[in-house]
Design a protein around this ligand. Sequence first.
Ligand SMILES: Cc1ncc(COP(=O)(O)O)c(C=O)c1O
Length: 366
Amino acid sequence: MIPFTDLYSQYKDAKKDIDTAIKYCIEGNHFITGPVTQHFEQTIADYTGAKACASTGSGSTALLCALLGAGIGPGDEVITTPLSYVSTSEAILQCGSTPVYVDINWTYMIDEENISSAITKKTKAILFVDLYGQTPRIEKLKRIAKEKNLILIEDAAQSFGSSYKGKRVGSLVDLTCFSFNPLKNLGAMGDAGAVTGSKALIDKVKMYRDHGRRQPGVYETMGYNARIDNIQAKILEAKLPYIHEWIEGKREIVERYNKELIDWFIKPVEIKGSYHTYYVYVVQIPNRKHRDNFIKYMADNGVQCNTHYNRALTKQPAYKKFAKHSCSIAETFAERVVSLPCYHSLTKKQQKHIIEVANKFKDTVS
Ligand SMILES: Cc1ncc(COP(=O)(O)O)c(C=O)c1O
């Protein structure tokens, strides 16, 4: 079976650095907070070009602490996308505010053209998602946010290492939230995350991620234990120098898939100016029945596929009550998308097998 992911290959590439990182934390008793956390935050700020960074225990808590740090709470509305991992909407609810879903377009990004009509007096922020690893047209979002005095928050869980018009994700908008869970472009060996932004906002995010305190013994507000584990922080630093080689490896496979997969599959669209890091390589298949059959067919032929995501949030039991505007594109796409294995260690032979098997599927349905 060709697995959907191959995390062990990353360990093999960076083994010496990762082993040294783990040993350093264990031998020095560096487990939470302190210089290892601070060094990691500076590393992420330097890499992304952000003014400041707050590390967190996961991408989910990065989102929650970012929203709280931005002052979003009960009575506020946050405009967001219906096609994402659940954490994006979950964080909006966790801070007591309401998600307002705006449909996506062909690029899988929130459609900037639909945002203005969803803005009300209660709207405080736009929380957009770099789905699959690329950014939407940032200048359009910035224009809307400036006009309407909204905070712009980027869920960049899937796009660490991506850039837009030469500027790295993390330095583009008010607050950017990263996930470093093991599957992500930069993946830890457990959960981890971070938020980047201005010094003032990041100071608040840091307060929420550490029980509401900014100095020892003073709790200014209710917060969370959402701190990073230092072993994860050090592992991430050890892996950082490798990720561009891994991303470029993926981009070569994407080029081959785009060229050699038949046009019956609807292939990804790259947004002009956006450097896409392909957290996942997603194609569309005409309908849910064919999509589900395709996944089974691929598994029967030795290829493990996945879906990102199987159902739009506007169709999920916990979130459908917030669907006020039509999200028919996201809902339709969720029925059609399928993610193929795509990682730097996928051999040429495995790539060939995936392409050949996938291309034959059409004959089984027509
Ligand atoms: C778009 C998106 N947002 C948020 C998250 C949550 O990140 P984590 O798994 O680190 O909590 C993920 C990752 O699973 C994600 O893909």
